[in-house]
Ligand binder design. Sequence first.
Ligand SMILES: Cc1cn([C@H]2C[C@H](O)[C@@H](COP(=O)(O)OP(=O)(O)OP(=O)(O)O)O2)c(=O)[nH]c1=O
Length: 192
Amino acid sequence: MAFILGSGSPRRLDLLTQLGITPDAVRPPEIDEDPKPGELPRSYCARIAREKVAAVEAAPDDIVLCADTTVALGRRILGKPADAGEAADFLYALSGRRHRVITAVAVRRGDQVWERDVVSQVKVKRLSDAEVNAYLATEDWRGKAGGYAIQGPAGALIPWISGSFTGIVGLPLAETATLLAAAGHPKFRGDA
Ligand SMILES: Cc1cn([C@H]2C[C@H](O)[C@@H](COP(=O)(O)OP(=O)(O)OP(=O)(O)O)O2)c(=O)[nH]c1=O
């Protein structure tokens, strides 16, 4: 059995390390991440995690783990900003309100797939222009869903969350451990 992380996200690799797991291979999947017309954030996120895990090449006994993190403002999906202008739009949209961060995790072994999604709530303080500009200047928004990362300087802009901190960062650890146990990962079988 090899354990394969199907993700190019350094956050997910770090979070797995927190569980004491080092993947035998890292294989980021290539899939189309565009939402379908009218698709709601939670079903979108679960679909993308499933598509990612189906796209990773693995031997029948290997365990593959993929995840997707989606920032949802009501029915609106905020993806990764293309540039600083879009990141600014996202930050102003999130300013002074609560939004949801969904992370869906999918684990596959052979033909079997186990999946979970975790929905957290995040409140962003009311942001001044100076705060938005200072945050954009950190460049930490790049490659992050919704245009921020709670584990970086944006932590100063987030007074309240409810749910799973590790889920917001990109991999909810309690649920991930449960899925890996279900798939028979030796670390979580309970007899290790
Ligand atoms: C909201 C939020 C997102 N993120 C990151 C986690 C994910 O890397 C990214 C969401 O994009 P994803 O599409 O979930 O993941 P990815 O493209 O980075 O990696 P891969 O598909 O190969 O697994 O946003 C944070 O790091 N902190 C946060 O607070």
